[in-house]
Design a protein around this ligand. Sequence first.
Ligand SMILES: C[S@@+](CC[C@H](N)C(=O)[O-])C[C@H]1O[C@@H](n2cnc3c(N)ncnc32)[C@H](O)[C@@H]1O
Length: 202
Amino acid sequence: MMFISFFSKVQNTDWYSDFLSPVVREINKGATVFDIGTGPARLLIRLREEKAAQCIGVDTSVSMIARAKKNVKEKDIQLIHIQKGKPYPFDDNSFDFVCLCNVLFLLSENVAEFILSEALRLTKPGGKILVLTPTGEKMPRKMGYNGVFNDFSLQFWHSSTKIAGKKWQLKGYLAEYCKKNKLDYVHQLVFHSLASIEIIQC
Ligand SMILES: C[S@@+](CC[C@H](N)C(=O)[O-])C[C@H]1O[C@@H](n2cnc3c(N)ncnc32)[C@H](O)[C@@H]1O
């Protein structure tokens, strides 16, 4: 529970908001959004406030969903605890966007493949799957954020995601997956090259 409180606090920092911004920018006003591995739901709160999006978030952690529910307060955001490996309880082609921020690179290939097949099933034709992942690249000397907690939490995030992030980027797992399944795919470096956004056009 302590980690969840810490992570929820990290999500409120300026730098985490900048990290999530490339995903926010992709999403149209009033879109339907499904966020897999939503954690404390910071992305969905922004999408509700900034884009009037219709948001649903799922997570396999009961405590994360409890924290997310506290964070969203009375905002109209649906949060659901899901079981690992079980299909998500929504019809095919239900959402304009499916988001996976800071999630897929942490999981085994089997789990990632299951999640991707569900993401493809749920995304409407013409919709997009957005995958945000750390790159593990070297941090610029000055990132321009003020305050001790900003510095500490950014360093902590960078060092704790560096190895898995680099591995994900080197493997090119999504590029390969899209080639195999004949899907349009774009990879862009964002957030001072400390992250990538991968976009699958459905
Ligand atoms: C590092 S957090 C990222 C949270 C949020 N997406 C963000 O951008 O800050 C990863 C989240 O993925 C969740 N998770 C792990 N395995 C999952 C799975 N198989 N399906 C859905 N969520 C999962 C974890 O419980 C955790 O809340």
